[in-house]
Design a protein around this ligand. Structure first.
Ligand code: ATP
Ligand code: ATP
Ligand code: MG
Ligand code: MG
Ligand code: MG
Ligand code: MG
Ligand code: MG
Length: 281
């Protein structure tokens, strides 16, 4: 029943509930961070403080939203993964995306002074993020998504490490370095790094090569025990919505209590997922 003659305007709002039982990935990305990183003097190619700040903001978001399973971050972007059982905001896309984007941005801005004590934020150059939600129908495709982001991290980091070595150590101009790198493959860049600058790319920090993965830490599985532990009981596989209220509450409590960790490891190979079976179950 309408409360006023204006109530009909609600009909213009479109539903945007995401499909049930799919993995939801909300990817956020810093807006104009190329310029922002110049403005606040980020070190090139990888400013450790800026990456630590991204990770600190991601940990805040993970702690705030127990429905999140895992997150992966590189450069000015972060992907947050909601479990298929997530019923937050009735899975409404805009609600999920905006809650993550504003929560992340608030945590990023709040913690900025801790990571950049000598570089106060200016109202005319505030960090902002955009975001989108994408649905993936099964764990295998979700893993391909995560692999896609980590491969991207590797490709960009190899390029950036080579580019900035040519500029900062080799004394080339940006244009000269860019021109020489055009059309090169990975082995060419590895060769340039090694022969000209004595840099073995393999020895670069894992933090830069692998990006950051954030997740709730329970008990690590021993690889040899993996075969037995991946066989879940029927109850484990049941959607959370079919569990009783007390069971749901128990799972939420466990998630809330679990320690949130940040690691710089390979998430493309099976090992990471086999050792942490709770992430995809
Ligand atoms: P858009 O608004 O389209 O996303 P953008 O300028 O943010 O534009 P991106 O493709 O997102 O472009 O790239 C982010 C850029 O931010 C990088 O290319 C790099 O220049 C800079 N950047 C982000 N994080 C760091 C960091 N930790 N250290 C140094 N530079 C960084
Ligand atoms: P939801 O997360 O679903 O939006 P909510 O608690 O934010 O829940 P809203 O319907 O958005 O609920 O209503 C916002 C509420 O916040 C108001 O009902 C009021 O209680 C409070 N509020 C917001 N702004 C003010 C203000 N300036 N002064 C006092 N109370 C306020
Ligand atoms: Mg963008
Ligand atoms: Mg960006
Ligand atoms: Mg980006
Ligand atoms: Mg409100
Ligand atoms: Mg309101």
């Amino acid at each position: 029943m309408a409360n006023s003659k204006y109530e009909y305007v609600r009909l213009f709002e479109q539903p945007d509930n995401l499909l049930p039982q799919t993995w939801i990935v909300v990817r956020i990305d810093g807006r104009g961070f190329h310029k922002l990183s110049d403005k606040y003097g980020f070190e090139k190619p990888n400013d450790r403080r800026a990456l630590d700040l991204m990770n600190a903001a991601a940990v805040s978001v993970m702690k705030d939203l127990p429905d999140l399973t895992i997150a992966y971050g590189v450069s000015d972007e972060y992907s947050f993964v909601f479990h298929p059982n997530c019923e937050l905001f009735e899975r409404r896309s805009a609600k999920l995306v905006t809650t993550i984007v504003s929560g992340f941005t608030a945590a990023y801005v709040y913690q900025w002074p801790k990571f950049f004590p000598d570089k106060p934020l200016q109202l005319s150059n505030l960090p902002t993020f955009d975001g989108r939600a994408v649905q993936y129908p099964n764990a295998s495709i979700l893993r391909d998504y995560m692999s896609w982001r980590q491969v991207d991290c590797h490709i960009n980091n190899l390029y950036n490490t080579t580019f900035w070595s040519m500029v900062l150590i080799g004394g080339m101009t940006n244009v000269e370095a860019e021109k020489e790198l055009q059309g090169t493959v990975s082995s060419d860049k590895n060769e340039i790094l090694f022969s000209r600058f004595g840099i073995n790319y393999n020895n670069e920090p894992e933090f830069f090569k692998k990006g950051s993965v954030v997740y709730r830490q329970y008990q690590l599985q021993e690889p040899e025990a993996v075969g037995t532990t991946t066989a879940h009981t029927q109850q484990d596989d049941e959607p959370i919505s079919q569990l009783s209220r007390t069971q749901q509450e128990k799972i939420r409590k466990l998630r809330r209590k679990a320690q949130v960790v940040v690691e710089h490891v390979d998430i493309i190979k099976d090992d990471f997922w086999l050792r942490r079976p709770w992430l995809l179950s």
